[in-house]
Design a protein around this ligand. Structure first.
Ligand code: G3H
Length: 191
């Protein structure tokens, strides 16, 4: 039996204003989540816990209060939206309506101009997925698009549905895997 934990970063200053991409710091609410997450995880007394985060400051700050060995992996960085980084969806609708329409049509395959698609993200995640397959008691702190791909992989979500999987903020996701069976539990932090 294998147990894996996942969380998005706490709310960032970009989340507050609805901007995508970038490397924004946590908002005050996001910082509160980082404290709640550490408290919750410590209370579980997970043996040999490891924490893997992306290299972006919002995931590193989210896990900073957790007492466990930490690795910061580029593979776990958020989908790179290229020329669209730092825009809100409303800005994109105004400046790049054709791009948004293309994305709506085929979200899995759609690649941002000079950026990535969900398929690109899944491909660059391969080494991490292979490693996670043989680990237990790892907490992965990453981003919505990346967690959609990772959860989709373990939960065998049909590929076209992966870009739409709901991964809420401030929620700890626990997956237990045993042979071909899996169980998923979520705990929403009250913030
Ligand atoms: O900031 C990007 C989001 O995490 C991914 O959301 O692929 O649904 O636009 P989206």
């Amino acid at each position: 039996q294998q147990t894996l934990y996942f969380s998005r970063h706490g709310e960032s200053e970009f989340n507050v204003v609805g901007k995508i991409g970038g490397d924004a710091p946590l908002s005050p609410r996001g910082r509160l989540y980082s404290q709640c997450l550490a408290k919750h995880i410590h209370a579980l007394k997970i043996p040999s816990l490891q924490v893997w985060t992306s290299t972006l400051q919002r995931t590193r700050a989210t896990s900073a209060n957790i007492q466990a060995p930490q690795q910061h992996l580029h593979e776990l960085d958020e989908i790179f939206s290229g020329d669209c980084e730092g825009f809100t969806y409303e800005d994109l609708q105004e400046h790049f309506p054709k791009e948004l329409a293309l994305r709506d049509k085929e979200k899995l395959k759609y690649r941002y101009p000079r950026g990535e698609s969900y398929i690109d993200v899944t491909q660059r995640l391969t080494p991490v997925l292979t490693q996670l397959e043989c680990e237990t008691n790892v907490l992965t702190v990453s981003h919505q698009a990346v967690l959609r791909c990772i959860l989709g992989y373990f939960l065998e979500t049909p590929p076209d549905e992966i870009p739409y999987v709901h991964v809420p903020l401030h929620t700890i996701i626990k997956i237990t895997l045993q042979g071909f069976n899996y169980n998923m539990e979520t705990v929403k932090m009250p913030i």
